[in-house]
Design a protein around this ligand. Structure first.
Ligand code: DGY
Length: 335
């Protein structure tokens, strides 16, 4: 290789964090948030040795077909349903995510959405701003308590566990369902009881979704599952759009078959199902569960560390800290 290897960063991040790349790489960072077409992405990746991308960038076989030098795609997210991992692996390209650094911020935000939905905060704020408040009414704006209720968690990875650990402070019991049951020590630390999915649906007063989006988890909550939930239940989705059938959810909320929902992610986002937008008993946010200053900086730092490490630099030199397909290293050794 002649000259420095080249890194492309698909969106504005934190200049002081990505500056750590500059002694070792030629860095091309997009100055503005941009939506790249498949062809646009293909053109950006051609000639790069590394890319740092976000969830808007869908990277698969077509996008890397002309990227003979590309060694790593570092995702600025823990979820990586925007990457075709099989295609990247087949092309000898490593992929990494930002595991762990966002667990606590996402868990905090999950509770904000849960409480916001339970206490009707979105609806109340819209009403106040519209100038309807002319005096406090004793029986107005009644919401739901958390104390003594069951928090159900579908998907008990590290984010699910961080959500569960906060439940004791609200006086809640925790039930969870996961592909595999957790070791007793982790169940103990989270004070969480393993149940099958039908039991989780039937028992949860608040059901939080924290599963990655995969072929198996697509529409894990659809009309049949919503029909098994309590009429008084609250659903919170901080996982991914597509885990919930949004049309079925809107119908259940609109027909009073579910009390409320808090949603940070949507099928086809940034589009939001019009029936959801029209409902008052749902609090909506634009996929911001990990959006704190500290966490977004930490996510950027982790993507940078993955790239630096692959090329033999930085605190993890030779050992990128969060590879998704480390088997590629055996086939195509680090540069
Ligand atoms: C993630 O990391 O997967 C989040 O959804 C992005 O903020």
């Amino acid at each position: 290789m002649t000259g420095k290897p080249r890194v492309w960063i698909s969106r504005p991040t934190f200049p002081d964090v990505v500056a750590r790349l500059e002694p070792h790489f030629e860095v091309a960072a997009e100055p503005e948030e941009t939506v790249f077409s498949g062809a646009g992405l293909t053109a950006k990746l051609a000639g790069c040795d590394a890319a740092i991308v976000g969830l808007k960038e869908h990277v698969g076989a077509a996008e890397v077909a002309g990227a003979a030098r590309l060694r790593i795609v570092a995702n600025l997210a823990v979820g990586y349903d925007n990457l075709d991992l099989a295609a990247l692996t087949a092309a000898g390209i490593l992929a990494s995510n930002t595991a762990d650094v966002l667990n606590e911020s996402v868990a905090d935000y999950t509770w904000a959405l849960l409480l916001g939905a339970a206490r009707r905060m979105g609806e109340a704020e819209r009403w106040l701003r519209a100038g309807h408040w002319h005096g406090t009414e004793f029986r107005a704006w009644l919401g739901l308590d958390t104390r003594g209720r069951t928090l159900g968690i579908l998907g008990m990875g590290r984010i699910g566990q961080a959500i569960a650990r906060r439940a004791a402070g609200f006086g809640m019991q925790v039930a969870y369902h996961n592909r595999s049951r957790l070791p007793p020590a982790i169940e103990g630390a989270c004070a969480a009881r393993y149940v099958d999915k039908p039991t989780l649906l039937a028992e949860s007063d608040f059901l939080v979704l924290a599963v990655p989006l995969t072929a198996e988890s697509r529409h894990a909550i659809g009309a049949p599952e919503l029909a098994q939930m309590k009429l008084t239940a609250v659903l919170v989705n901080i996982a991914r759009g597509g885990v919930v059938d949004d049309a079925a959810l809107a119908a259940a909320l609109g027909e009073g078959r579910l009390a409320a929902a808090g949603l940070d992610v949507f099928e086809g986002e940034p589009g939001v199902h019009p029936a959801l937008r029209a409902l008052d008993n749902v609090i909506l946010s634009p996929h911001i569960a990990s959006a704190t200053w500290d966490t977004r900086r930490a996510m950027t730092a982790m993507a940078v560390d993955n790239v630096l490490a692959l090329f033999g630099h930085g605190p993890h030199a030779g050992r990128p800290p969060s590879l998704l397909n480390p088997e590629v290293l055996a086939l195509r050794p680090a540069p």
